[in-house]
Design a protein around this ligand. Structure first.
Ligand code: MN
Length: 314
């Protein structure tokens, strides 16, 4: 299911007024190197989101009350440059309207287009003042791959060209030139081996220390292959030895508490028919992030009369 038939995130009707969150489906897939299916990621995540509890048991509030609108999917049935331009424009418009942008990929190539749109937004004045936090198994720092600069394996090379600074978490697969680049440019990385061997407190201290060197305004890109494939197998390039659910949540909560995250994406969901756990995990992750983003504002939003199509379970 693609195009305009996509169901809304959490099965909400578009609320009246201007909701805080814009969910943007981006079913873009051109260059996946192994497992295909990322173009079906948005539909699978959105469908699975209908089974997510609206109450967040950790935050003890209902994040949907901040207002969530699912935008029409970006029409990516076009030449590469045209499709990427449409993604960039959709991101720019969402930011200019004051929304928190939550994009759903699609392959990782969508990220540089989305970040570019955020930087382009009128009055954003970003660029060097934007940090990009990347959860990922791969560095995605190849200059080109398989004959194009717009391969998913080059996503963070294109992002760095925008003058932003980055922090990568969960890395456990990279080429020798990428390793050299990390060394010479001193790009901050938390390796998957550190996720495995540090205590929770040590990991969170390391994360906060590296985060402190980034600007206050952050774009978050979450490649689902950050997770160990035993937890989330439905991704195009799975890598053993990945992060756990609770590691991701602990770090994401710190990120949203310490920085102003203005936009995010969840990418590289390649659904496996008959195996809904990955789709659901991706949907739950996105809803957790929305909760972290608005936890402070939501403290005073017990019931504003905003009703889902499906009433909250009691
Ligand atoms: Mn990856």
């Amino acid at each position: 299911m693609r195009g305009s038939e996509l169901p809304p995130f959490l099965e909400f009707e578009a609320p009246a007024g201007e909701p805080a969150v814009a969910v943007l489906p981006v079913p873009y897939e051109r260059t996946t190197s192994w497992g295909r299916g990322a173009e079906d990621g948005p539909a699978a995540l959105l469908r699975a989101s209908h089974y997510v509890e609206l109450y967040d048991e950790e935050l003890r509030l209902e994040p949907f009350r901040i207002g969530i609108e699912t935008l029409p999917p970006v029409d990516v049935e076009a030449a590469e440059d045209v499709a990427l331009d449409r993604i960039r424009t959709a991101a720019r418009v969402a930011i200019e309207r004051g929304r928190f942008l939550a994009a759903i990929g699609g392959e990782h190539t969508v990220t540089p287009a989305l970040v570019r749109g955020v930087v382009d937004a009128a009055g954003s004045d970003l660029g060097p003042d934007l940090g990009v936090v990347q959860f990922d198994a791969h560095t995605d720092l190849r200059p080109t791959y398989a004959g194009t600069r717009w391969n998913h394996a080059c996503a963070m090379s294109r992002v760095l060209e925008l003058g932003v600074s980055t922090l990568a978490i969960g890395i456990r697969s990279l080429s020798r030139p990428e390793a050299v680049r990390i060394e010479t440019e001193r790009l901050p990385v938390i390796w998957a081996s550190q996720l495995e061997h540090l205590t929770d407190d040590e990991l969170q201290d390391l994360f906060l220390g590296l985060l402190a060197s980034l600007p206050d305004t952050i774009y978050l890109t979450f490649d689902l292959d950050f997770f160990d494939p035993s937890l989330l197998p439905a991704t195009g390039t799975p890598e053993p030895g990945g992060g756990t659910w609770h590691q991701a949540l602990a770090l994401l909560r710190l990120l949203f508490e310490h920085k102003q995250v203005i936009a995010m994406d969840v990418v590289e969901l390649a659904p496996i028919p008959g195996n809904p756990a990955s789709d659901y995990t991706a949907a739950r992750l996105l809803y957790k992030c929305i909760g972290y983003r608005y936890a402070r504002e939501l403290g005073g939003l017990a019931d504003d009369g905003y009703r889902p199509i499906r009433p909250p379970a009691t």
